[in-house]
Write a protein of this length. Structure first.
Length: 343
């Protein structure tokens, strides 16, 4: 069954194939989600040389959250594989360029894009500038030889000896004091990888791991974050509260409880606000009152309580005069009076 495209999302023609460079496929720091997003961007570039799909579209097609798509595109750009451009005359529309010769050369020759010559000039100028940068000769000193020894350590050769250089383990932005937590996390992730979503690992590595200096990462830790945070609350709120916490004080368990309490309080506020707005809307809506004519009311009284009606009819001259002017009521009254005479 094909998922229905969400409302407000512009559909894109999906490519039959994508070109993904080996430096993306075999990069140990790129997880499968990053490779898939790059492949989708590359495929959409197709014969145009650019991609203008939104994060919502990528989220829909690749079954990732918009938050994860945004993070991946940012990492791909920081790693030098794509370039994003926001074009104000096009309604602040985002365009993504793959930094490969094929797509850049194709875009550099564009004269009209989406019916606009100015947009074509802007994107082609960017492509030409990127091609110029790629063609800049690299000085010998800027590209020293790299050797990997038998222990898979990167060694830089220099005059007078060798200098050992540690290869980065992950893309984590936290400090070296968190290496122990990172190593423990990587071991847990490798063993229990299928127990959680890829998006959850992206979130945990980007926003949680290393933020708490004394945190011990175990399967129980991941279960807590997955079931009590990831599956329950809005991730934007989680990230906002995490960034508000101070990193110098308190054990991570204390900060965990602070985070949970803040998220619960915000969820309660949102729930109460929604209930109040619904109540206000209901009170503001005018009640639909039943409108009946005086004739209908009198006929109902005559039908349900003929004795009471006739008592007022015979004892109230004004009421009798008004009833006699209504043909239908007068007819029913006459029938009642005739029955009484016969009786």
């Amino acid at each position: 069954m094909v998922d229905k495209i969400p409302a407000g999302v512009k559909d894109q023609k999906v490519a039959t194939y994508s070109i993904v460079p080996g430096e993306v496929v075999y990069n140990p720091q790129f997880h499968d989600g990053m490779v898939r997003v790059y492949a989708a961007i590359s495929g959409l570039c197709g014969s145009k040389g650019y991609c203008d799909a939104s994060n919502a579209w990528f989220s829909w097609k690749l079954h990732k959250t918009p938050w994860t798509i945004s993070k991946i595109i940012k990492k791909l750009e920081e790693s030098g594989h794509i370039v994003t451009m926001i074009v104000k005359p096009q309604g602040n529309k985002r365009f993504i360029l793959c930094i490969t010769d094929k797509f850049l050369n194709l875009l550099a020759q564009a004269t009209v894009i989406k019916g606009s010559e100015s947009l074509a000039e802007l994107l082609s100028s960017k492509a030409i500038a990127l091609l110029s940068l790629k063609a800049t000769p690299i000085a010998v000193d800027d590209n020293p030889p790299i050797v990997v020894d038998d222990n898979h350590r990167i060694v830089k050769e220099e005059e007078g000896g060798e200098e050992e250089k540690k290869a980065p383990l992950t893309l984590f932005r936290k400090g070296s004091k968190e290496d122990v937590a990172q190593q423990a996390y990587l071991a847990v992730k490798e063993k229990h990888y299928l127990a959680f979503d890829d998006d959850f690992f992206d979130f945990f590595e980007e926003e949680v791991l290393g933020r708490f200096s004394k945190q011990e990462v175990s399967i129980a830790t991941l279960n807590d974050w997955y079931h009590d945070i990831w599956k329950v609350y809005e991730i934007d709120s989680v990230v906002r509260f995490l960034k508000q916490q101070k990193t110098e004080t308190n054990a991570w368990q204390v900060k965990w409880m602070q985070l949970i309490n803040r998220l619960k309080a915000e969820a309660t506020r949102k729930k109460n606000l929604a209930a109040r707005l619904a109540r206000d809307a209901a009170e503001a809506k005018p009640e639909e009152k039943e409108t009946r004519t005086l004739h209908e009311i009198d006929m109902e009284w005559l039908r349900d309580d003929p004795d009471g009606f006739m008592g007022k009819y015979e004892g109230n001259q004004f009421f009798r005069t008004r009833m006699d002017k209504d043909p239908e009521i007068k007819k029913q009254v006459d029938k009642i009076l005739q029955k009484r005479k016969k009786a």
